[in-house]
Design a protein around this ligand. Sequence first.
Ligand code: FE
Length: 236
Amino acid sequence: MDKQALRDISYGLYLVTSVSGEKVNGQIANTVFQVCSETPKIAISINKDNLTHEYIKKSGVVAISVLEQDTPMTFIGNFGFKSGKDIDKFSQVKYEKGETGAPIVSENTLSYIEGKVVDSADVGTHTLFVVDVVDAKVLKEGVPMTYDYYHAVKKGKSPKNAPTYINEKEAEKAPEKPVKEEMKMERYVCTVCGYVYDPAEGDSEGGIPAGTAFENLPDDWTCPVCGAAKDEFEPE
Ligand code: FE
């Protein structure tokens, strides 16, 4: 089997939220798709280890934000690379409770969809939830973030709990880019999310120009993907 073929499947990038009593949580997911148009239904694949999974199981309700293309990596990092078991992901994020009681986030959101779980399938590490759409609304015009854009342009990584996670050690290595002599500064990897700081590229979102060595980054610089501090990085 050539697992590379699976990488050619296209996805979007979504914020999936749910509720448990007074508590709310959410996570980033790429596997959200419509499965029926008459009485609209969507399906979502969620890792069983995630707190959002626990909340969806308990409450049976879910809300989905379709994220816009220029969603900042810090927003994605907060929901995608941190656990609601450790932090309150909503402490800096505005939301309103929808018709189902699920938290609806409008930040960086083109449209939202909320609904009730009507069926589920155990697919191993993940549960596939089938959701009856209760309400949906377009908040603004724009271009939705695709999973390909997230990887190729935003340089985003897939966390281990993603259904499409690829163990890079198992995956065939892409041919190494030739390293320019004058750019032989060391690359550093974020131990939290796997983001690689490449001095040759800098960090445009954080205002760091290309050619800035890791050692010369400001002390308050943080990982553009997950928000981890500089001391969470190690040489690649
Ligand atoms: Fe990180």
